[in-house]
Design a protein around this ligand. Structure first.
Ligand SMILES: NC(=O)c1ccc[n+]([C@@H]2O[C@H](COP(=O)([O-])OP(=O)(O)OC[C@H]3O[C@@H](n4cnc5c(N)ncnc54)[C@H](O)[C@@H]3O)[C@@H](O)[C@H]2O)c1
Length: 349
């Protein structure tokens, strides 16, 4: 049997563990895996682009466990009451090739993206950061807010979205969370006075959400919405000014904000900072930019955490994704045991 977390099981798990506690633990799992970076099999994700969006496969392995995620990104979807991003993923045992766990990964992607953002900010943002601007209040937004509260002590958010309904939803969802939400009427007004700026907008184009002149010295930018060729959020001049950090450079060169820069521009992978191999923020006046597109190891960490949780909690289901056989060569026996009538003679059909 294979362990299964559907949307219902995952929501139940979050209720039991607590969202902030889950995010804090997940940050620890991602950090552990980023510190083992050279051990992982890594490749840019396989992307199938179409007019409305992209469908991607994201595999990785540490030699003992293997994972992959199916994920889409279709910014038009919300017009049709569908999510921009949906996903599911598998964790498997490398020794046998058997799947161990199948999970929904729509909520899980929001969790692991927020956890990775917060992990990056712990190394890159100024320690005394207390106010975050959050631009784009869609599906990812509350998870980002709670991860930054848990990891960075962010208790004041200055927010903006072009959709007033998204702003209202966000305020309701975070009421009672201990986070003060200040709504603003523009991006420029939202970022004023913020120590950290998160952009989580969705549009299939080179949007310019943040311009260089909006950003004060010392700000950390957590840019998660630009994650496909031709889909970016930051003005090029801002990239040229900032110190830029990415997940996996070969993938980010194609998909990240840095697709706007020349291939020889100096970029640091986040794991190198975590491992103490390269510096992150050097001075309080640095503008640091985490140019996040999402990488397979983050999904691996999430699935590894879920799998570990099943040792002490039984909120998942067991599903018969793979046959269980007394004689592994007698696969057809399953079909016969179900009472299937076989054609007795000659031709079929
Ligand atoms: N880096 C990663 O790992 C990662 C992971 C998940 C999602 N994403 C990306 O993050 C983005 C947000 O994802 P989501 O699931 O929240 O999408 P969503 O469609 O649910 O929300 C996007 C929000 O951005 C708002 N928006 C669009 N243009 C805007 C503008 N110019 N100014 C202000 N607000 C604007 C929309 O009104 C909407 O509320 C998407 O682009 C998605 O592809 C990245």
């Amino acid at each position: 049997m294979v362990k299964f977390f559907g949307v219902r099981e995952l929501v139940q798990l979050l209720r039991t563990v607590g969202v902030e506690e889950f995010l804090s633990n997940l940050i620890r799992y991602i950090r552990e895996d980023f510190l083992r970076w050279p051990k992982f099999e890594k490749s840019p994700r396989l992307a199938s682009h179409s007019a409305n969006g992209v469908i991607e496969l994201m595999p990785t392995s540490d030699g003992e466990l293997y994972s992959f995620k199916y994920v889409n990104g279709h910014p038009v979807n919300t017009q049709f009451r569908k999510l921009t991003v949906t996903a599911f993923g598998v964790l498997a045992d490398v020794g046998s090739g058997y799947p161990l766990l199948l999970s929904e990964m729509t909520i899980s992607t929001a969790l692991r993206t927020a956890a990775t953002s917060a992990l990056a900010a712990q190394s890159l943002a100024r320690r005394e950061s207390r106010v975050m601007a959050l631009i784009g209040l869609g599906a990812q937004a509350e998870f980002q807010a709670l991860a930054f509260k848990a990891a960075m002590g962010i208790r004041k958010l200055r927010v903006f979205d072009v959709d007033p309904a998204a702003v209202a939803k966000f305020g309701i969802n975070l009421s009672g969370s201990g986070i003060e939400v200040i709504t603003t009427d523009s991006v420029a007004s939202a970022v004023k006075g913020a120590d950290i700026v998160t952009t989580a907008t969705a549009a299939k184009r080179n949007a310019i959400i943040l311009t260089n002149d909006m950003i004060a010295p010392g700000v950390h930018i957590n840019a998660i919405g630009g994650d496909c060729p031709g889909k970016t959020e930051l003005e090029c001049g801002l990239l040229e000014r900032g110190r830029i950090f990415v997940e996996y450079l070969p993938q980010s060169r194609v998909e990240g904000e840095i697709q706007q820069l020349s291939a020889d521009s100096g970029i640091t992978e986040l794991w190198e900072v975590l491992a103490g191999k390269r510096s992150g923020r050097v001075s309080a006046a640095d503008v640091t930019i985490f140019d996040s597109v999402g990488f397979a190891i983050e999904d691996f960490s999430l699935l590894r955490y879920l799998n570990d949780l099943t040792a002490t909690m039984s909120l998942h289901q067991q599903i018969d994704l793979v046959p269980s056989l007394a004689d592994p060569k007698d696969l057809f026996g399953l079909v016969r045991a179900a009472g299937l009538d076989l054609p007795r003679s000659g031709k079929v059909g």
